[in-house]
Design a protein around this ligand. Structure first.
Ligand code: ATP
Ligand code: MG
Length: 161
């Protein structure tokens, strides 16, 4: 797996090649590092190729279906990506939003889970989202109708405010 300095190097290299100025750090997680640019736009550089390819495939579907929002939550517009630098360039969103498709399955779930594991997962998500859980369920179901199976469902990836 790539080190943080390698991920930042690729993020900066992408910005340089596309003549973009990095504005600020937006966040980071297990999959990568995200910065905004003065365009404005967002650049996400990935730690590993598998996660990058999954997210590229989902954004391709998002583009084909013209999805820009789901249940009132904005979805980033994919602009471009770079297979060598493992970078995705997309639009900036403000809450409420849904993003981060690096763990999503396309046309089927990434992993099969036992009914017990699914019910534990639902319980933990209900604790995380509280009153918003019904909306989150609708969001999951709309994405599924497009063949996008969200699995990393947590505040941060689905942000209401
Ligand atoms: N297009 C965007 N517009 C605005 N903010 C963004 C955008 N992309 C990412 N962010 C911010 O950066 C954070 C990290 O992005 P993302 O979830 O894609 O990274 P990650 O490495 O997959 O994170 P994790 O593994 O923690 O879920 C998001 O929670 C969000 O706050
Ligand atoms: Mg995330």
């Amino acid at each position: 797996m790539a080190s943080d300095s390698d991920i930042l190097r690729r993020l900066r290299e992408y910005a340089k090649r596309r003549k973009l100025d990095i504005h600020e750090y937006l966040g980071e997680g297990i999959q990568g590092i995200v910065c905004s640019t003065t365009l404005p736009s967002a650049i996400k550089a990935f730690k590993d190729r598998d996660a990058y390819e999954r997210e590229v495939a989902v954004y391709q579907r998002i583009k084909e279906r013209g999805i820009s929002s789901v249940c009132g939550c904005s979805v980033p517009t994919p602009f471009s990506h770079h297979d060598g630098l493992l970078v995705i360039h997309m639009g900036i969103v403000r809450p409420p939003f849904v993003l981060d498709f690096a763990s999503a399955g396309l046309d089927g779930p990434l992993f099969e889970h036992s009914p017990e594991a699914i019910s534990d997962w639902i319980e933990s998500r209900m604790d995380l989202f509280g009153d918003r859980w019904t909306t989150v369920l609708k969001i999951i179901s709309v994405f599924r109708s497009h063949g996008i199976y969200l699995s990393d469902v947590k505040p941060g990836n689905i942000t209401f405010e």
